[in-house]
Structure formats: structure tokens, C-alpha cells
Design a protein around this ligand. Structure first.
Ligand SMILES: CC(C)(COP(=O)(O)OP(=O)(O)OC[C@H]1O[C@@H](n2cnc3c(N)ncnc32)[C@H](O)[C@@H]1OP(=O)(O)O)[C@@H](O)C(=O)NCCC(=O)NCCS
Length: 146
């Protein structure tokens, strides 16, 4: 079994479509919109062992966490937390991170709270649903203080 401390985050490139696209689909049941963005300098993607991924977009002193996912069979082993901590640790003091998360996604919200993110606002009806009302987005922020 792989030990978490032995898995180093690595960059995702456009050439990684063959393993990355199935990973994204396993997490979100839809096609990935992020890989194509990698041509633009402000977008970056990272993975751990092809089991977990994160995409970010950085401008000046703030970074948006755009998406994160882990293969269902590899969840609850600390992969997402470890990958996010690595991203947060790369930034200088004073840097801010922002993200939006569906208000019903308790697992992801727990992860972000554990990392030190705090809710700063809500976007009402941000995520349309196939049936019923659109769900709110919880907007969260983490400021690197030390
Ligand atoms: C959200 C997701 C990325 C978490 O990945 P993960 O590798 O399983 O998370 P970790 O093992 O690093 O867990 C970190 C923390 O998240 C929270 N968490 C993880 N799984 C949880 C669960 N099933 N129930 C409640 N909280 C959970 C806990 O706070 C956990 O810390 P703890 O283990 O010390 O209690 C993963 O569930 C996923 O891919 N979900 C589908 C895609 C998604 O919703 N992405 C987020 C979009 S904003």
C-alpha cells in the first residue's frame, strides 16, 4: 500500500488526458472543462499518483481553487487534504485563496474548513439542478497569515 508521505504532487499537462479525463468523470459525472485551460499561464493543475487532482488559477496575490477530486476508491485517505496543503504551502504569506462549493457538498466543505477556509458569502441559486431549485454556492476564503 502507498504511504501518503511518499506521494509527491506533480503537474498535470495537456498530454495527461488519457488518465486525467476518467478521473475527472469519476468525480463529477461530466466532461472535464479544465485540461484545455492549461495553455493559459494563470491555470495550473496538479495530481497525486493519478488518484487525486486539483486545478487552480492564480493572479497576483490571490488564487482560486477551481476544482478538486479523488477517485471514489481512494477517498478518506487524506489525499485531498495533502494536495491542498501542498498548494497552500507554496504561496507566500499574505496570499489569499478563494473557492466556491455547492452548499450541500458537506464532504468538501468539511475538507475546506479543516484546511482553514472560512465562509465569506453565498451566491444564491448558483448551481442549476436537473430538477428543482438551483443550489447556493458557499464562497470560502483562506488567507495565509504565517
Ligand atoms: C471532496 C473530496 C475531494 C475529498 O477527498 P478525500 O481525499 O476523500 O479527503 P481527505 O481524505 O483528504 O479528507 C480531508 C477532510 O475532508 C473531510 N471529509 C472527507 N471525507 C469525508 C466524509 N465522507 N464525510 C465527512 N467529511 C469528510 C474531513 O474533514 C476530512 O478530514 P478528517 O479525515 O481528518 O476527518 C472527495 O470526496 C471528492 O472527490 N468528492 C467528489 C468531488 C467533489 O465534490 N469535489 C469538491 C468540489 S468543490
Amino acid at each position: 500500500m502507498l504511504e501518503l508521505q511518499n506521494i509527491k504532487p506533480e503537474p498535470i499537462t495537456k498530454g495527461d488526458a488519457s488518465w486525467y479525463k476518467p478521473l475527472f468523470a469519476a468525480c463529477f459525472c461530466k466532461e472535464d472543462p479544465w485540461l484545455e485551460m492549461l495553455g493559459d499561464d494563470k491555470y495550473e493543475g496538479f495530481h497525486m499518483n493519478r488518484q487525486a487532482f486539483v486545478f487552480i488559477s492564480a493572479v497576483d496575490d490571490s488564487t482560486d481553487i477551481l476544482t478538486i477530486g479523488v477517485y471514489p476508491e481512494h477517498r478518506k485517505k487524506g489525499l485531498a487534504k495533502s494536495l491542498c496543503e501542498w498548494v497552500l504551502n507554496k504561496a507566500p504569506i499574505g496570499h489569499s485563496f478563494f473557492l466556491e462549493v455547492e452548499c450541500t457538498n458537506v464532504v468538501a466543505i468539511n475538507l475546506y474548513i479543516k484546511l482553514g477556509f472560512q465562509e465569506i458569502s453565498r451566491r444564491r441559486g448558483y448551481y442549476p439542478q436537473p430538477v428543482g431549485y438551483a443550489l447556493d454556492a458557499v464562497v470560502m476564503r483562506y488567507k495565509k497569515e504565517f
